[in-house]
Structure formats: C-alpha cells, structure tokens
Ligand binder design. Structure first.
Ligand code: MG
Length: 445
C-alpha cells in the first residue's frame, strides 16, 4: 500500500507537496477516521493559515467539531488533547525543518502521536477517497480556544518550583521565532531570570533555522557566555525538542541531556528508560550506574512513547533533544525538559557542565552507502554478520570496541552505517569496515 505518513507525520515544501488541496483531502480522511471533536494548532510557518483552513474545512465537512488553538507548541496541543475529552488533534508543523517546509501531524485521543496501524487506516481513507460527507444539518462547528495557559500551568505543576527559584538561575532562551515564543518565556519567568533571543514569532525565521544545531545557535552560545548565564536553551520550530548550552557557552549534545535526565529520573524512581537502538551507549552506561536499565526500540519518538506506555517506563527519549516525561505526557516536550533540567541542577547543586561531565564519553562515526535494493542488501548483511546481534531496527552488531548499526533510510536510497566506541579511531575503523561490507553487497545486489 502507498505510504503517506513518515516518522513524524506528513512533510513537504509549502505549495509544492503541501498544498491546500492535499490538506483538504487529508483533513477529510482524518475527520472520517475520528468522527468527533478535534483540536488543531500550528507552529509559526508562513503556510500555516493556508493549510489549517483547508484541514478545518475538511474536518467540519465530515461532521467533526474543531477547536482552533491558533499557534501553540506541539506538546501544548498534545497536553490539552490528553487532559480533555477531545477525540484527537491535528498539528500543522514541520518541526525542525527549514522555513519552506510544512507538515501535518495527527495526535490520538491520549495526546500521543498516532500509532502506525491507525495512520494506515487514515492513509487507506486518503488514497481510496472514502470520505464521510455530513448532511447539511450535521456539518461541524469551529470554536476558538486557548491551550497555552493550561499547558504552562501543567508543566510548572510537575516540578519543585520553590527549589528552582531559590537558586536564582539566569537562563537565556532561544525560541527560534517558533511556537515556543508563546510559552517558553512565560514558563521560565516563573522559575528563573530570563533573557530571550528570537522570541518574536515569525515564519520567515529571521533569527536562525528552526533546527537547534551547533551552527544554528551560535548567537545563543555567545549570549550565555557574555551574560554569565547558568544555562542556555534552544527550541526547534514546534518546541517539542530542547537543546541546552552550558554556563561556558558550550553546546550540549542531546545524548548527554538524555543521559543526565535519565540518570536523575532512575535515581529518584528506579525502573526503566526507553530509547531507540541508535542512541549512544553513554545513556545506558550512565543509567546503569544509577541503578536503572535501558530498553531499546526502533527509531522514532512515537514508537518510544508507545513502548514507554506499554512497560510503564520511568523516562525516555531520543538523542536529538526530545525528552518524554511520562508523569506529564507521552510525547517529546521542550517545556517540560527545560524546567526539569533546572530542577536537576538545583537538586544536585551543581553547574550543568559538571553534571554533563559525569556522562561517559563515546565517539560516533556516521557514514552511508548509496543503495537501490536496500531490503536485499540488509538480508545479505544479516547473513554475513556474527556475534551479538540486535535486529530491533536494522542490524546492530556489538563488538569488543563498541557497536555498529546498519540501517536503511526510510525515505532515501541509502543505507546508513553508524559506529560507536570509547576510542575514536576504533569507531572510524568499524564504520569503514562495515561500510565496505555494505558497499560490496550493494554492488552485488
Ligand atoms: Mg519538533
């Protein structure tokens, strides 16, 4: 069957694949599937109104009622859907993608991103165009609503506000002109002294690209140093991911953030952490040193979230800065990550660089092989590799020096090869060895 949804909903370039016509058709499929009350929100992109109006029109044509939350971070919309009796949610966002992109993401009644089986049902409706058309007197209604204050209070209620306030932290926030502009300064002002950067919502993203990479947040790193702040925080376009900068202005990679937060959570509550197989072993090593264990899943935040629900995990997340706090909700939440990191700093009474310094250092080498016949090549690779193998997602081979992950790309004719080791030259060696093996098989296929 044809596929429409990728790992994070439907994505594409505005007015190329993401057109009003496409949004209308997808909206009808979503409405036909849910037949209920749907909450909708967008990030700050230029094509948001265009796509949202199409989706709303489609939803009410199928008889759904729509609650329009305007611009809101994805986790704010998801938190409202989870806590209210809404049947589902739609978010118009392209998350961390460049400004010309946009996307449509569907949220289930529990606030988590839709499970793959349910996405398939919507895809089927979409491709077969089997849409419900409500009778004239059953056409849905549209209501304006606010989810922001509810979210801000929800986030703050999950941490020890007084303990954080006592420390009088100085925090620089880089909202990246995205949806975080509507919540993050207001949340953080309640617990710390706040300086903001790029805090005016603007779909042209004049401040920086929405993805909080080291190159994109240089201004934040500089600002943290110059203001002598305790920490800097940058968000992606829909503020479900948060990236931190230490008091010296150094970028903290997401695997380190995941490790320190996971360690803090298992120290407090014990239990298991869930993360994809591609995550650095620094997380497992650190979590084990704090008395917890790690369960691995396929790559993708919704898959991590569903696994967390299934096993009642203590905490989970991805190494891109997407952290999932089950007491709050089962999705990545940049707001929750921000206050939780401050609580961690307050409770350990340490600088963030010192806490991050406890996490063991691993080196990752990433490479890839062009490959048209990915499935065949992966099958042959599985026959060739030996030792401790994990096939949760692609092939993960544990070696004496670390591990190698061979994984076909979901969208491109590429097989990726990642190798991780405590020894940087070993990581490079392993990546090269397995890249050559994949290349050879790709040549034969
Ligand atoms: Mg995002």
């Amino acid at each position: 069957m044809q596929k429409l949804f990728g790992t994070n909903g439907v994505r594409g370039i505005s007015n190329e694949s993401m057109t009003p016509e496409m949004a209308l058709r997808l909206g009808k499929a979503i409405g036909t599937y849910f037949q209920g009350n749907i909450v909708i929100a967008t990030d700050t992109r230029t094509s948001n109104e265009m796509l949202k109006d199409s989706v709303i029109s489609a939803l009410i044509s199928t008889g759904c009622n729509v609650f329009d939350a305007g611009i809101a971070p994805s986790p704010a919309l998801q938190y409202y859907v989870k806590e209210s009796d809404a049947d589902g949610g739609v978010i118009i966002t392209a998350s961390h993608n460049p400004p010309e992109f946009n996307g449509i993401k569907v949220v289930d009644g529990d606030g988590a991103e839709l499970a793959r089986e349910k996405e398939e049902e919507i895809e089927k409706l979409y491709f077969e165009e089997k849409f419900r058309a409500a009778a004239w007197n059953e056409i849905g209604k549209v209501y304006d609503m606010d989810v922001l204050d509810f979210y801000i209070e929800g986030v703050l209620s999950k941490v020890d506000v007084d303990k954080i306030k006592e420390k009088k932290f100085k925090v620089v926030l880089d909202c990246g002109n995205g949806a975080g502009c509507y919540t993050m300064p207001y949340i953080m002002q309640q617990v710390a002294d706040v300086i903001t950067l790029n805090a005016q919502p603007d779909g042209n993203f004049p401040g920086r690209n929405p993805e909080p990479t080291p190159e994109n947040i240089e201004a934040l790193m500089k600002m943290v140093r110059e203001c002598k702040a305790d920490v800097g925080i940058a968000y992606d376009g829909d503020a479900d991911r948060a990236i931190f900068v230490d008091e010296n202005g150094n970028y903290i990679y997401g695997d380190k953030t995941l490790a320190i937060m996971a360690g803090y959570m298992v120290e407090k509550k014990g239990g298991s952490i869930v993360t994809p197989v591609s995550t650095s072993s620094c997380v497992e090593e650190y979590v084990k040193s704090k008395g917890g264990d790690v369960i691995y899943t396929k790559v993708g935040a919704p898959i991590v979230a569903r696994k967390m629900m299934e096993i009642g995990a203590t905490f989970g997340g991805e190494e891109n800065g997407g952290l999932i706090f089950p007491e709050h909700q089962y999705c990545r939440d940049g707001g929750m990550a921000s206050v939780a990191i401050l609580e961690l700093m307050a409770s350990r009474d340490m600088k963030i660089s010192e806490i991050v310094g406890e996490v063991p250092l691993y080196h990752l080498t990433k490479t890839k092989v062009k490959c048209e016949n990915k499935e065949e090549v992966m099958k042959r690779m599985l026959e060739r590799v030996e030792g401790r193998i994990d096939t949760t997602d692609g092939i993960k081979i544990y070696t004496e020096d670390g591990w190698v992950l061979i994984r076909p790309s979901g969208t491109e004719p590429i097989i990726r090869v990642y190798a991780e080791s405590k020894d940087a030259s070993k990581a490079r060696e392993m990546a090269e060895k397995f890249r050559k093996m994949v290349e050879m098989e790709a040549g034969r296929a």
